[in-house]
Design a protein around this ligand. Sequence first.
Ligand code: MV4
Length: 617
Amino acid sequence: MFEKVLVANRGEIAVRVMRACAELGVDTVAVYSDADKHGGHVRYADEAYNVGPARAADSYLDEEAILDAARAAGADAIHPGYGFLAENADFAARVEDADGITWIGPTSEAMKRLGEKTAARRVMDAADVPIVPGTTEPVTEASEVTVFGEEHGYPIAIKAEGGGGGRGMKVVESADEVDDRLASAKREGEAYFSNDSVYLERYLETPRHVEVQIVADEAGNVVHLGERDCSLQRRHQKVIEEGPSPALSDELRERIGEAARRGVAAADYTNAGTVEFLVEEDVDRDPAEPLGPETNFYFLEVNTRIQVEHTVTEALTGIDIVKEQLRVAAGEALSVSQDDVELRGHAIEFRINAENAAKEFQPANEGRLETYDPPGGIGVRVDDALRQGDALVTDYDSMIAKLIVWGADREECLARSKRALAEYELDGVVTIVPFHRMMLDDDRFVAGTHTTKYLDEELDPDRMTEAQERWGTEATADDGDDEAVTERAFTVEVNGKRFEVELEERGAPAIPTGAGGSSGRQRPPQAVGDDGSDGGAGGSDVDVAEGGEAVEAEMQGTILSVDVASGDEVSAGDVVCVLEAMKMENDVVAERGGTVASVHVAEGDSVDMGDVLVVLE
Ligand code: MV4
């Protein structure tokens, strides 16, 4: 087993991985950005290294900085968690090549093979795992799409070769949309994966999203740990995951699990991974009658990392998946065989996101946990990296915690979930706890017949507003910004090891530091640095004529294109800009329409939430 593991991640997953290390007697090293100096994962680790500024590209994604920290700490392995560098095969290869440092994950070769979607489709096809009808080679020409459409019909999904998780997927409803969607899919592929190659699949209209957890060791043992149903998603973001899937019969479950196992074995895959499938839902199904063994299911992609929702499987199997990852990476055998795996009861994970469900799940841009008292008791697990008093860090994703509830059956699990969510005491930060409480009274969710389209297209948004009003909490402005803070740097030596120490004096009268000739009154580190705003994008003091409209950015991001110019006529629903945020292209549309009076942004600009982009009159 390893002696010291560096966790190249932050927040709850970093703490989750460190907990497994602690139980195995392995020391832990945290890395953190300037925004995370007070992060829970830093508190938890045995030692911690600053790897750069808040911007992820300059810290958590800085491969050299992470490797430097590992070498400085004398770590003998790196665990990437999920997100950030977790699915970066090139980084995995760099770790593999680094002397004395092991990558805790699949080999970079296996990551590359499965990360390229057409290659993954070929591997699965050859292993008799059903794939969605489509191409197994990239397409480049619009004519190839229209030919496919004539043969298989519409809609068609155009997917980026390097894509996944909804990025770089465009749906084409008819031949006249082909040029536009093909260009957009290529653009996203190029922007996010430096790969403009795309392929085609028949687009399934009402699928369920079912994924199988697998673990595999170097001796060739491949074990599947049952499935999770992740059909409750909003714009490709999972919000509630559960297991077992309420829609599968035992026979279908067995077929899908065995298909996942076959595919993974054929791909020469090791460590933990998830095989994603789409399962064709029968929209008129009686909820009491799960989908039978003849139901069509199709391989979608393999996630070559530990996932957020791995906890659901841990609750059902009692197996610590992160420990299995550590064992396999250290060259040991899995601690379980397929015959040992028994699925017990039912588990649901609720993602506790700092978002306002009543405002289109807008991520919170401020807050401080005035009260933080998570639930407990039988069958309840909370994974987080928080404590009361913490300021909300808004530089990364909005998930601040996960609540995982287990029950002997789905019914008990739902009742226990209601109880646990009611116990969740949390003040000063807006979260989607009210949304979850509402879902536990939702007929479709309770019946388990919801598909991936349910949240985006069917659920009445007014119900989210009602839930927010009934159970919601609000953001506390982070008054830390206004507090006098003096920061001073020291170098200290402890047991022969040098440490840079930054001292923050809060509340006390400012002591002139001399440095930079300032008054000594500085803003805290969280407020410094690149927060994405160039200050050039309008602001709120823009004149809007009566009956006019100021089109604002709904979230922080980068302007990919400006699609209108002064004087243009714009109708309600027309795209005025494309905003890249959270790695997705978002069309910014006019609500009412009118004539473009002024344009306040240009391609490449960074904008903050609420910035005015275009004014219509
Ligand atoms: C699909 C699909 C329908 N047909 N592919 C979205 C995320 C990416 N992993 C694949 N996704 C989809 N691929 C075909 N051929 C529908 C989706 C999809 C989806 C998939 C899983 C979970 C939620 C989803 C929500 C919308 C669309």
